[in-house]
Design a protein around this ligand. Structure first.
Ligand code: KG4
Ligand code: ZN
Length: 453
């Protein structure tokens, strides 16, 4: 089957791709619909006043704000999927300096950037706050200190301009943005979400109803790319993942023997901590001067050794994805025989080798791969705005918050927030997956509220 891997288009190209109403308003004006009082926390049946006010979803205009990790992002998106603007301010300098995301530093960087990023998004879209229909903002999972900056900003705008507000799940947004880029993508579908903090295989039954087939028991693949890139002395300013992908092109992927994680566990979970250790040991065994000599100053032999290691790491890291995806497809066909698509999204999905390999796996199983363009795979405001639109159109949003927020206001932030319930037959027999102090999953909240009615 043909894959719909879209190239990285300019914003104007998107406009032409996305013209036309994609999402019909699911909220029939004669019906009552779900109205969320407190960012999905409690749901009550009320008429959905604002939704029925739109003659078509194209009239709806959503501002999306994302600050869950190290990118400050905002975008303005129409209800029909037209992207009016997209602005991302990344903290790559801090990443280079601190070797990872330092929550306090990241919070400060978000606080410095947020007003300008949102203003730029509004200006580029030729919009003022008054013209917006609603504001969507990531409320989890992510770093609390960082999430708070975005949520505060969203509430300030929503409070001042009396706009409804939609609290968005960051990983759901990575998955749903695929529906913005591919109009044919209907539920149910399988999704592999691969980022710096998460590795998820989910079966998306419908909007807000996800079954988690697999997750990582330790590190996510993006973290392994970033650490390996750092250990190989790569230039981290362009990001560890992209730098490693580039160097791997020069190397022999079969030259360094690394074992594929978790082959003895016949499930769909992931583990990258052991692979990181294998890389560390391989660097040591080869006496590569990676700590003293950055790649730009390496001798040609040294560079080749690093490239071999990069290519070998990438081959095995991605093979792990391929094997888990193969099994997840078999499980998914049992649960939902009608699935036709595999969505691959999240920062690591912008990697060309990853996309090509997963395209093969999907094709072998008769599925079509849907991979958003790289600018929509890495963290961005469009995916938040779009997910806000999807929920808004079925009436899931909060009313405008009061304009003045007391100093001690407790924001509804969900740093550890599963997307779906674990597939009971797929529980891992490996070391237990981290579950401490997690918020109830998005799916359980939404499904619980639906059955209550
Ligand atoms: O989704 P994302 O932007 O942020 C999180 O939610 O974590 O993903 C960031 C991760 C980082 O680990 C980054 O190195 C990785 O995605 N990444 C890549 C590539 N571009 C970004 N990994 C491999 N190859 C790439 N081209
Ligand atoms: Zn992300």
């Amino acid at each position: 089957m043909a894959a719909s891997i879209l190239p990285a288009p300019s914003i104007s190209r998107f406009k032409s791709l996305l013209l036309g109403s994609f999402m019909p308003c699911l909220c029939k004006s004669s019906l009552t619909c779900l109205f969320v009082n407190r960012s999905f926390a409690s749901l009550s049946l009320k008429p959905c006043p604002t939704v029925s006010g739109f003659s078509s979803s194209g009239d709806l205009v959503m501002l999306g704000i994302e600050t869950s990790c190290d990118d400050t992002a905002a975008a303005v998106v129409r209800g029909d999927g037209q992207i009016l603007s997209q602005v991302v301010s990344s903290q790559s300098d801090l990443l280079v300096k601190y070797g990872g995301v330092s929550p306090k530093m990241a919070e400060e960087a978000h606080a410095l950037a947020i007003d300008q990023v949102v203003q730029q998004a509004l200006d580029n879209a030729n919009f003022t706050e008054e013209n917006l229909s609603a504001v969507a903002v990531t409320i989890g999972p992510g770093l609390s200190l960082c999430l708070k900056v975005g949520v505060q900003k969203a509430r300030r705008i929503a409070g001042k301009f009396r706009l409804p507000i939609v609290g968005v799940h960051h990983m759901e947004a990575h998955a749903l943005v695929a529906r913005l880029v591919n109009k044919k993508l209907q539920f149910p579908f399988l999704a592999l979400l691969i980022s710096g903090g998460h590795n998820l295989l989910i079966l998306a039954h419908s909007l807000g109803h996800y079954v988690q087939l697999g997750t990582t028991i330790d590190d996510a693949i993006g973290e392994a790319y970033d650490k390996t890139a750092r250990w190989l002395g790569l230039d981290m300013r362009k990001g560890g993942g992209p730098a490693l992908e580039e160097l791997a092109l020069e190397g022999d992927p079969t030259s360094v023997k690394l074992s594929v994680p978790m082959r003895q566990h016949k499930d769909c979970n992931f583990s990258y901590a052991g692979l990181k250790t294998q890389v560390r040991m391989a660097i040591k065994a080869r006496n590569l001067p990676t700590e003293e000599v950055p790649i730009c100053s390496a001798s040609s032999d040294d560079r080749r050794s690093r490239a071999d290691l990069a290519a070998s790491f990438q081959r095995v890291a991605v093979l792990h994805l391929e094997e888990r995806c193969q099994r997840a497809m078999e499980w998914a066909f049992e649960i939902e025989p009608s699935i036709k698509y595999l969505v691959v999204s999240g920062g690591v999905a912008s990697n060309r080798y990853v996309r090509a390999r997963l395209n093969d796996v999907a094709g072998r199983n008769g599925l079509e791969l849907v991979c958003p363009p790289p600018s929509l795979c890495t963290d961005n405001g469009v995916m938040i705005a779009w997910t806000g639109i999807e929920h808004y159109l079925v009436g899931r949003f909060d009313p405008p918050p009061p304009p003045n927020v007391p100093e001690d206001f407790q924001y509804d932030l969900r740093p550890r927030w599963p997307l779906g319930e674990e597939y009971s037959e797929g529980r891992s027999d490996a070391r237990s997956v981290k579950r401490a102090r997690a918020h109830p999953s998005l799916t359980s909240i939404i499904q619980g509220s639906l059955t209550q009615q």
